[in-house]
Design a protein around this ligand. Structure first.
Ligand code: SAH
Length: 267
């Protein structure tokens, strides 16, 4: 019996994935340890799993042996499946009577376009369930020993997308809050966004960190400052997917690592 079987055997009220239904689930950032039990039960019940490129192969390995895996999503540098086509595919599979798991990296609704899929399913009268996932931003902070909030330091956390935020996006109000900013999809826009945040009043020495490929064996953590971010990313060869966090909260890492023996490394 594996650890999974043992957990599942003790769980009551496991939701049933019915034929013709879709579960829109988060797979977490990588390590299967960050899956929810509902996502795991979806992996075991689904007949078809439609996944994006951020879903780790170790998570897909937990699918039922009879499940069919379909890739749909962005694959670095290559043409992306069009969102409307993905939604149509989910609807078609459900109408064929499949048990469909739509599996997305992290959380389906955090910059994952899961909201559009949910709207399309609702419009097509397809019964669906949303299963949240551990979003990369929070997993990356935890992996870097940076608490997302700490009494006395911050009372809000900002999640923002670097890519897609068009040139007109005004970063100044975010900077003025003084709260930590956790950036997704930002690696190709670091210089511009860091400059905008400094122009809005954040000091060049504001602590910052880049956490790449969190919850995978390739995880990298680079500690930096706002003014050094894009140089450090380039010099340290940080590749997407990566999370960038900017704010005083990054300094708490030093305190936690000073007690290094207590902080166990994550996978
Ligand atoms: N729905 C996902 C985010 C999709 S947007 C979630 O909730 O995590 C894609 C961005 O997510 C990437 O550009 C990167 O910024 C971040 N990301 C996803 N997986 C990651 C990982 N394992 N490590 C670091 N960043 C990751």
């Amino acid at each position: 019996m594996t650890a999974w079987d043992s957990v599942a055997a003790h769980r009551e009220g496991v939701p049933v994935l019915m034929p013709g239904h879709v579960w829109l689930a988060g797979a977490g950032p990588g390590d299967p340890g960050l899956l929810t039990l509902d996502a795991l039960s979806g992996l075991q019940q689904a007949g078809v799993i439609v996944h994006d490129a951020l879903v780790d192969h170790r998570v897909l390995a937990l699918a039922s042996k009879t499940a069919r895996l379909e890739f749909a999503g962005k694959r670095g540098g290559k043409p992306s499946a069009i969102q409307a086509d993905i939604s149509e595919r989910l609807i078609a599979l459900a109408r064929e009577g499949c048990r469909v798991l739509r599996l997305k990296g992290g959380d389906p609704f955090v910059f994952g376009r899961g909201g559009e899929e949910a709207l399309a399913l609702a419009a097509a009268n397809i019964p669906f369930r949303v299963i949240p996932g551990v979003t990369a931003g929070l997993a990356a902070l935890a992996a870097a020993s940076i608490p997302a909030t700490l009494r006395g330091i911050n009372r809000a956390v900002i999640f923002a997308a670097g890519h897609g935020a068009d040139e007109d996006f005004d970063w100044a109000p975010l900077a003025r809050t003084g709260q930590p900013i956790v950036l997704y999809m930002v690696m190709h826009h670091l210089e511009r966004i860091a400059a905008a945040l400094m122009a809005a009043g954040l000091t060049p020495q504001t602590p910052a960190a880049i956490i790449a490929s969190t919850a995978t064996p390739q995880q990298r953590i680079v500690i930096s400052t706002l003014e050094r971010l894009s140089d450090d990313a380039r010099e340290q060869k940080c590749e997407p997917p990566a999370i960038v966090v900017i704010g005083e909260i990054v300094k708490v890492r030093e305190q936690l690592l000073a007690a290094a023996a207590c902080v166990l490394p994550q996978q």
